[in-house]
Ligand binder design. Sequence first.
Ligand code: ATP
Length: 859
Amino acid sequence: MKSETNIWQKDRETLFRELECTPDGLNQAEAKRRLEKYGPNELQAGTKKSVLRIFLEQFADFLVIILILAAAVSAMLGDVESTAVILAVITLNAILGTVQTVKAAASLDSLKQMSAPTAKVVRDGQTVQIPGREVVVGDVVVLEAGDSVCADGRLLECASLKCAESALTGESLPVEKDTVEIQGEAALGDRKNMVFSGSFVTYGRARFLVTSTGMDTEMGKIATLLKTTEEKKTPLQVSLDQFGRKLSIGILAICAVLFAVSVLLRGENVMNAFLFAVALAVAAIPEALSSIVTIVLSFGTQKMARENAIIRKLQAVEGLGSVSVICSDKTGTLTQNKMTVKKLYAGGRIIDVADADFHDPVQEPLLRTALLCSDATVNESGEVGDPTETALVHLGEDHGFDEEDVRSRWPRLAELPFDSDRKLMSTVHKLSGGYAMVTKGAVDVLMDRCVISPAARAEVEQANRTFSEQGLRVLAFAMRPLERPEVTLADENGLDFLGLIAMMDPPRPESKAAVRECIAAGIRPIMITGDHKVTAAAIAKEIGILTEGTEAVEGAVIDGMSDEQLRQFVPKVSVYARVSPEHKIRIVKAWQDRGNLVAMTGDGVNDAPALKQADIGVAMGITGTEVAKDAAGMVLADDNFATIVQAVKNGRNVYANIKRSIQFLLSGNAAGILTVLYASLLALPVPFAAVHLLFINLLTDSLPAIALGLEPHSDAVMREKPRQRSEGILTRPFLISVAVDGVIIAAATILAFHLGLSAGGAAVGSTMAFATLCLSRLFHGFSCKSGRPVLFTRAFWNNRFLLGAFVLGAVLLTAVLTVPVLEPLFQVAPLTMGQLGTVAGLSLGSMVLIQLRKLIRKG
Ligand code: ATP
């Protein structure tokens, strides 16, 4: 369903008639019918890759192409067995690659769904939150600062609405909106009475009537031209790709030299030498490096999503592992965001909420203001709105005042919505013959706007201090007469003070333990809040963020500091109160300049720049605005600080697992190439046939490497200091350890080769070398589990994927070695029981030696 063009020119009645809807919104049944009939409100930009395409892409690899060529050549030479084996290996590899890619893509897709935007629509007369994709034409949508606009529509009501439309019009500044009718043609940017899908509300509130959704929106019209942006590679993938490329060139050079030596000096058959060189390249080049990272990261994101941390950018998982500073909001993240009013201050005295009497003429205006100057509602279907405001509504209800009654008696005529920079909110009503503006907000800000004697102000400030020291969040209330039913920011002055309301927002029970874990893991937790300094400090002390030797300051103290001064200052501060979004950016930068990797939470529209500046921007899933979510790398489904700490733990574990996989891949490949080089230098027969290398590559490369990437996560990672942000995986000690493991496995393989050579000639030698390399690599998977010895510990058995990969590899190897029909196919010679025992002994021995090395190094 779609209204005709020039919606901005039509009068509303025509629009309602054409779209068959009312200003009170659709009913659920009709909305459901429209959703089914016209489809979901989403942009189907670009094309999603089909499984077939992913499968075919697996063949677009340099080495695979060479292998296909090799298969073609051996087919022409009539070598049916080699051809069959090579083709089987290529196909199996491609299937494995496809399954992994499809799974990784599916898990990333489901993550995207989880952080997809929602919309507040009016259905059956009630405001309800629904997924943005379920919005239909005819819906009335409620907009607030920070919301993303999910469909195109005509404004019905609007209070100081400003929208950022840069995605559509390229205009970088937010555009002011209005409900006025516009005559004649108007460019997109000039249609002030309309809002567009793909834009964000930066300020104000509004309601609009949806006139088009999905591909019918202005964004949809451009979206057909857009392609889906591919997930960018993470820094780790980029550095591994670079390393892999250099390594590949080196290996290809070695293979080329070996090929030349075999043909020119040893007079071997060109085709065989070529096939061997290709197989060696395939076996030695760790082509799985970067894809292993994607797979492990995407498995990591699934675990994190189950634990309420929804990753929006794959880079975030990697970065989480080396986070060394977490800057967190207080309200709702460290605390429960469940506000209950505890105390009042009115008529010069502190009153316990239980003793409040709102029929008293001194206390009554305070409650009335609280109910009028608030957007929250509480009804049978639950609470809607900011918890600070729902606490006020509950206060009224507990004392027999219904917010709807009060609001219908004194309807709202104009408003200045709350924003956390101004820290105030005002509404205008018709009161006792004239107009009045009622205002609520932060005590320090509001007191500066009130006309009050110094003595009375000192008393209010004393009451505020008393409340704040108990960790209570305090709001001040005031009012003034107005001459007209309109309001500007300048009117928020010359106010009459009415009183204070103090509410409790208890810390989350898990915050204390999470803070402790953070500190033990070498991570500095910092509270950054819009709330009052004394309130923030009281809560921070209770949960362990504000410790001996560190202090709580107001954001304003950093205003006069140079960047260098701030860099020196930040380590001393654990709590920043009354911060502005600019302060947040400067604090993050200062910590980054000190070499830290910083995670920063945020929820408001203005937090987006700070979230982008932080290495890991963390947005609140429940209370966060869509703008904040859009800017963040991670979204907390439960808004909980403890979830960030858990995500860091997962990030560290994921990183450790990637390291395990890489250690396994590189050391095993090194062993293969060392053995071949050794044989070549000593002019011995070739230790492996091409099919051996392909078999090893298929069975002992990818599967155990992926299994190692799925090692169970451990708490031990949180007992270490964070990894330096500049430290890559391929450090010197890491590469040395890869080389040593490679040499030990190569030594076992070479020994087996010699034993075979002397007992039964080249065929037996090559069979024993192949079997030993294969089995040693399977055993080596267990050694890569930890930097410490794992033999004879429970940790040896705790990864069922690795056990599975080992068993599968061992069974298939045994089959190749013992089933006579497979002998010609895999070019193996029959081995005696003694020789089989030697293979098993040497392979096991290589693992024991590597374990001993770990024992000595750790001891
Ligand atoms: P955090 O940054 O940790 O989430 P916060 O919720 O206190 O803390 P803001 O929402 O920026 O931060 O609020 C700043 C101050 O504005 C509060 O301390 C309070 O005094 C005042 N305030 C909060 N909500 C409202 C509101 N709905 N109306 C008026 N004033 C408010």
